[in-house]
Ligand binder design. Sequence first.
Ligand SMILES: *Cc1c(COP(=O)(O)O)cnc(C)c1O
Length: 405
Amino acid sequence: MNFEAFFEEKLGGLHEAGNYRVFTDIERHAGGFPRATRYRADGSTQDVTVWCSNDYLGMGQNPLVTGAMKEAIERCGAGAGGTRNISGTNHYHVMLERELADLHGKQDALIFTSGYVSNWAALGTLGSKIPGLIIYSDALNHASMIEGIRHARCEKRVFRHNDPDDLRRLMALDDPAAPKMVAFESVYSMDGDIAPIADLCDVADEFGAMTYLDEVHAVGMYGPRGGGIAEREGIMDRLTVIEGTLGKAFGVMGGYITASRALCDFVRSFASGFIFTTALPPSLAAAAAVSIRHLKASQLERRRHQDAVAKVRKALDAHGIPHMPNPSHIVPVMVGNAAKCKWISDVLIDNHGIYVQPINYPTVPVKTERLRITPTPMHTDGDIRHLAGALSELWSQCALARAVA
Ligand SMILES: *Cc1c(COP(=O)(O)O)cnc(C)c1O
């Protein structure tokens, strides 16, 4: 086989379908969030303002966080030096797991190298090791959950997005004696909508099912201590497993689950994706713990974040730029055309220094192509005016429909 020709042909298919992904090469400015330098393909550079970061609160450059990271490197060096079981458990990991268990009011926590791996390993392990487990999965669950369930090779049912009635209908069709688990997210990252967690837990309870909640887009940002939507609603105890990331609002990297001591110990003991991989660098664990601790106590970042979201929505409204209403911090500006979405994104960065990645099929359905804008507490009023003004100009150039107020 001509492997090179095969790769090129498959890549050509992506290009033709308009799904080929190109990196935007940036260097973020510590202390200057959300500013960055963009490196163009021709070697030239440009100052840009990032409007699509998942470092939602700018904690990745909070001096407390970077200070903790530097200090841990000075104390422990760069890497963990092993898997968790073979010399790689650093005291910083242990402290971080305690911090996480406390954040979600659970007995224990277990960290992984990313949120993706935590979902993949935890769902994969629970699904494969609990005999006869059926997993009920929300239709819009993240790829990492889908892959974890696929990896488990257990029975799987997909319920309509955020629909407790559909979940109940599906659960009622199965053997009442079969062990069951309901897996869903709190904040969905593309539409920014929020799951009816209590209602889904009610249905799970009717059938004696475990519940598994991905709070990746909510931890740090919702709830009085940043425990997520379930904390805000006072229902963390209703979730069997709460999963999160250290890479979004906490600004660092890594993923985790929190649950009962026995469940965490079970995953720790049976998950290949936990056992056979090098532990996170101690410095990451140190930085994440400080970030979490800070956001448990401080409301300032959360309040400013919500203020920035409200200001962006208002500025878009003033120009009639259509954005999907939702109760979260994610502002999807709807373009509804893949080519125009890509073009607007290109012109925004090239001519206006505004970096927003276009979101096209297959990440979202065709005709719902969008710019996913994530305001942060560090975007200024001037940044917001600049963004709305630039979008307005491009809306006219693309002859896109305006929203009527
Ligand atoms: C980003 C994301 C993850 C993966 O988290 P990482 O730490 O980035 O690997 C998991 N679930 C959802 C819903 C996500 O959006």
